[in-house]
Design a protein around this ligand. Structure first.
Ligand code: 6CS
Length: 337
């Protein structure tokens, strides 16, 4: 090799080295299994990032890094670059995020919901600074489906929840909401729910149909009740220092991948609730699925004002502004559809 070629080869090696150094590995944890909704979103995000850059995304499904409280700590400290966590758990950290547990606030119509999450000023403009105070960059929030109760005894009215120890996520307003429904709310991390139902420590829990099916909640409860009180909301965040330390190109890469994954997950969930309920009935034909009538829903709906008032008490400094904006956003989404 001539001296000149040697110099060129060394320069090329240096450039290759430099670009290899900027091909980073980013860690992303979520609260569900790989083939559940959060896992599907994460897989699409990974696919987009890896197709459009040299970066690699390492996915950590539920259980691999501990419970939700653990992954949140890891994301805040920068061990994880990305985390998916529901306000059901983040509500204790960001009081305003408890707003998602005012019953009957979110609509059931999936198109309306998708439009609300995509365009909401509360979600896209008011929540991000609140997450930033906790060292987190809020990237998106998305719905995961109608929340249903699964219980060991049938439920058609609040008195049926009397004495029922009902597992809820560790969110103070969710506790209030189940108290208002007449139950004895029992906040537990997800990993303890199956065992607690199996051993009779609790007699009920709530989740979307896909999760009731995939986590086999029907094995340890006998009745599903659809009271239309909520839709499961989740949020994807990045560690704030990590995100702010990136160049504009990488920030755009992440934002674009989030947008693609958002559209994908909305489409992925079309028909998922009914398919999941069918699978549950195939696996356990004795399971009952009861959709409460408007009249039966009435006493549950009547608790909403008190829970909303409680939100204004415990929902942080911006509770009122967030609630007002969220309602305006919901009205806009309803008008659009
Ligand atoms: O109930 C829970 O704790 C869990 N439910 C869902 C749908 N996703 C993750 C969360 O941990």
């Amino acid at each position: 090799m001539t001296y000149r070629n040697l110099i060129t080869a060394s320069a090329l090696a240096l450039i290759a080295g430099a670009s290899a150094a900027s091909a980073d590995t980013w860690r992303y944890a979520f609260e569900e299994a790989m083939e559940e909704v959060q896992g599907k979103f994460a897989q699409k995000f990974k696919e987009e990032i890896e197709a459009n850059s040299d970066h690699e995304i390492q996915l950590f499904p539920f259980g691999t890094l501990g419970e939700s409280a653990d992954t949140m700590e890891q994301a805040q400290s920068g061990i994880l670059q990305f985390v998916d966590q529901s306000p059901g758990f983040t509500g204790a950290l960001i009081p305003e995020a408890q707003v998602f547990f005012v019953p009957y606030l979110l609509p059931q119509d999936e198109e309306q919901l998708a439009s609300f999450f995509k365009n909401s000023k509360a979600i896209n403009e008011m929540f991000p600074p609140l997450y930033e105070e906790q060292g987190l960059k809020l990237l998106t929030m998305f719905p995961e489906g109608e929340v249903m109760m699964t219980t060991t005894e049938p439920v058609t009215e609040p008195t049926d929840l009397n004495e029922v120890k009902f597992r809820v996520m560790t969110n103070p307003l969710l506790v209030e909401s189940y108290q208002a429904f007449g139950a004895t709310p029992t906040p537990l991390p997800w990993g303890e729910v199956y065992g607690a139902l199996q051993t009779g420590i609790i007699q009920g829990q709530e989740n979307p149909a896909f999760f009731i099916e995939s986590t086999k909640m029907y094995e340890v409860t006998d009745h599903i009740t659809r009271l239309g009180h909520n839709n499961f909301t989740t949020a994807v965040m990045a560690n704030l220092d990590f995100y702010e330390g990136l160049g504009e190109e990488d920030q755009t890469l992440i934002d674009d991948a989030i947008n693609v994954a958002f559209d994908y997950i909305i489409e992925y969930q079309q028909g998922l609730t009914e398919e999941s309920l069918e699978k549950i009935m195939e696996a356990k034909p004795s399971m009952t699925i009861t959709t409460l009538t408007e009249k039966q829903r009435q006493p549950f709906m009547e608790t909403a004002d008190d829970v909303e008032a409680e939100f204004l008490e415990i929902g942080g400094d911006q509770a009122q502004e967030i609630l007002d904006q969220l309602k305006a956003d919901l009205e806009a989404a309803a008008a659009e559809s």
